[in-house]
Design a protein around this ligand. Structure first.
Ligand code: TYD
Ligand code: MG
Length: 576
């Protein structure tokens, strides 16, 4: 048996690891005295053959990493070799093990359950076979980056002990803690991040392939590198595992990015990336994408659940230890499948999603999780031939250009909806046609909600819609998810049915109740303020809202308070 001192000399593990190794050494000695017996029996509960051994259960689960490290340290010791067989030691061999991962929340379990024990979803546990390399080497992203970063940074004094809050905050000016991003584009990104870039944060930027994630990150990288707000450029490292540096260079040229401090690197090895980052000491690190990078020692291909998790853990450690913010790009499917965002959501500080309709140039950047800000924020961009541009008046993006014609067009009404903290003005079209089949088609409005509004118009407002086919459409592909648009839907139907065009400078805000009454909706002041700013002259609102807002100054803007749908028809659609 090799004395413990020799073990210390052979391996360069840190104290904690040596301590664990020492424990492992003793447990192994114990096992040497009592050889392991293994038997295979039929388990009636699972209906499978199960292999059982006389090992203690916690040792069976064991810390495979430590055991394999231990096996490595003693690989030339014969007496140990036979004992290590119980741990999969001796001859280096790869083992495969199954884990079940929940596709909803990312929870993983060593055995299959009919439901997820974390989020209670049924039928979401999917089996993943992972090959565990028992031949030693690094299998843990956390340890890998810890080792790398520790050799780089001097250990901060007092880091290893709990600190008083007052000591932590002493001398820190929280107002300039975040890194500001300059320009209209930078403001829009800052808004989503919660007011600027937080040092040492790990941000995941997700979205469908081709939505514009790489474009967005290249532009953000350039802004951070230029550092116009603080007047000091600094290096930013953009690492791509998907494109060559020439391809990224070509894209940057198209977007007129020419900062000296933007460094491009094409690699998929996370260890290599962190070594290069260490040499550069960047202001920010961008990884495009997390599905393409891998960590040596963790088996399974890049993009697999283990690789994605371990690489993210390595980058998290890197970010926290060095205060360098790290952005990860992640391709996701809308269902958020395995190795998608759900698995990483727990690890990262912020999850941003980039959304965009296939045939629209508008892109929305939304915070889904943010440890440093609100998740209500929304960034609105437009994809142009030279990159993403911030949209100056996001409230107007869903308005059609032919709006001026609506003076003569019956069946068009304007609504104001909220998305997070942002307001959007949208147009709703209705067409009531007699004589055709009595079908009902809705686009952008929930079918059930539309049915309810039509029923209320018939029963409570006395509109004879029974013999009409009704078509509803939200212009520009937007969708009406809020009840605040009910009144505009009702107004559009009335306008088409009565063939009475609604003036283009008039809007409708309010929920419609089953009794035909109009109900208040949240953030009335903000919605009305947006309309006034965009040059609208009149808005029909529920009576209580009109009373509430009467004291406020919206210039020449007029609020028309109504209690029921009948009131709305009488005051808007009947000319005296
Ligand atoms: P990209 O950033 O490569 O998407 P992702 O990284 O999310 O897969 O952008 C892809 C799309 O963006 C591509 O279809 C072309 C379009 N695009 C422009 O319209 N203008 C531009 O300046 C750039 C760079 C891309
Ligand atoms: Mg890309």
């Amino acid at each position: 048996m090799v004395p413990l001192q020799t073990l210390y000399a052979r391996t360069h593990f840190r104290n904690l690891q040596i301590h664990k190794l020492y424990r492992s050494f003793h447990s192994t000695k114990h096992l040497y005295k009592e050889p392991i017996t293994v038997s295979t029996v039929y388990d009636p509960v699972t209906g499978c053959m199960v292999t059982k051994s006389n090992e203690e259960p916690d040792k069976q689960r064991g810390e495979r990493l430590l055991n394999s490290d231990y096996a490595d340290a003693f690989k030339d010791d014969r007496s140990y070799g036979s004992v290590m067989k119980g741990f999969g030691g001796g001859k280096k061999k790869s083992k495969s093990k199954s884990v079940w991962v929940c596709s909803e929340c990312g929870y993983s379990d060593g055995q299959w359950w009919g439901y997820c024990r974390e989020c209670k979803s049924v039928n979401t546990m999917k089996e993943l076979v992972d090959v565990v390399d028992s031949g030693g080497g690094k299998t843990n992203g956390f340890q890998m980056s810890e080792k790398l970063v520790q050799s780089w940074l001097p250990k901060r004094a007092g880091e290893a002990v709990p600190l008083r809050l007052t000591d932590v905050n002493r001398g820190v000016n929280h107002s300039d803690w975040r890194f500001p991003l300059s320009g209209l584009f930078g403001d829009e990104v800052s808004r989503v991040l919660g007011g600027g870039l937080v040092p040492g944060s790990l941000v995941l930027v997700g979205g469908d392939p081709g939505v514009g994630k790489s474009t967005l990150m290249l532009q953000i990288a350039a802004i951070i590198a230029e550092g116009k707000e603080i007047g000091k450029p600094a290096p930013v490292l953009y690492v791509s595992g998907e494109e060559s540096v020439e391809q990224i260079g070509n894209r940057a040229d198209r977007m007129e990015i020419s900062t000296d401090e933007l460094f491009l690197y094409s690699s998929t090895d996370i260890e290599d990336i962190l070594v290069k980052a260490q040499a550069l000491s960047p202001r920010a690190l961008i990884i495009d994408s997390i599905q393409t990078v891998h960590l040596a020692g963790v088996t399974g291909s890049a993009g697999g659940i283990y690789q994605v998790k371990e690489c993210t853990a390595a980058l998290l450690r890197f970010a926290k230890k060095t205060d360098v913010p790290v952005f990860l790009i992640g391709h996701v499917t809308k269902s958020g499948d395995i190795a998608g965002p759900r698995v990483l959501e727990h690890i990262v500080d912020a999850v941003l999603y980039m959304e965009g309709e296939q045939y629209s140039s508008h892109r929305l950047l939304r915070a889904f999780k943010n440890r440093f800000g609100s998740t209500d924020e929304l960034g609105v961009f437009e994809m142009s031939p030279c990159g993403l541009k911030a949209v100056k008046n996001p409230s107007e993006i869903f308005l059609s250009e032919e709006r001026s014609d609506s003076e003569f067009l019956a069946g068009l009404a304007t609504a104001v909806i909220m998305d997070g903290s942002r307001t959007f003005v949208i147009e709703i079209q209705a067409l009531c046609a007699t004589g055709s089949s009595l079908s009902r088609q809705v686009n952008g409005v929930q079918a059930g909600r539309a049915d309810m509004i039509i029923a209320v118009l018939m029963k409570q407002a006395g509109l004879k819609l029974q013999s009409n086919a009704i078509f509803l459409n939200v212009v520009s592909g937007a969708s009406l998810t809020e009840t605040a648009g009910d009144l505009a839907v009702a107004a559009a139907i009335c306008s088409s049915f009565l063939e009475f065009p609604i003036p283009s400078n008039m809007a409708f805000i309010g929920e419609v109740g089953l009794g035909g009454e109009l109900r208040m909706v949240p953030k009335m002041e903000k919605r009305v303020g947006t309309l006034a700013k965009l040059g609208y002259k009149k808005c029909v609102v529920p009576e209580p809202a009109a009373k509430l807002l009467r004291g406020l100054d919206f210039g020449e803007f007029e609020l028309l308070g109504c209690q029921t749908l009948k009131d709305v028809i009488n005051s808007v659609f009947i000319t005296s």
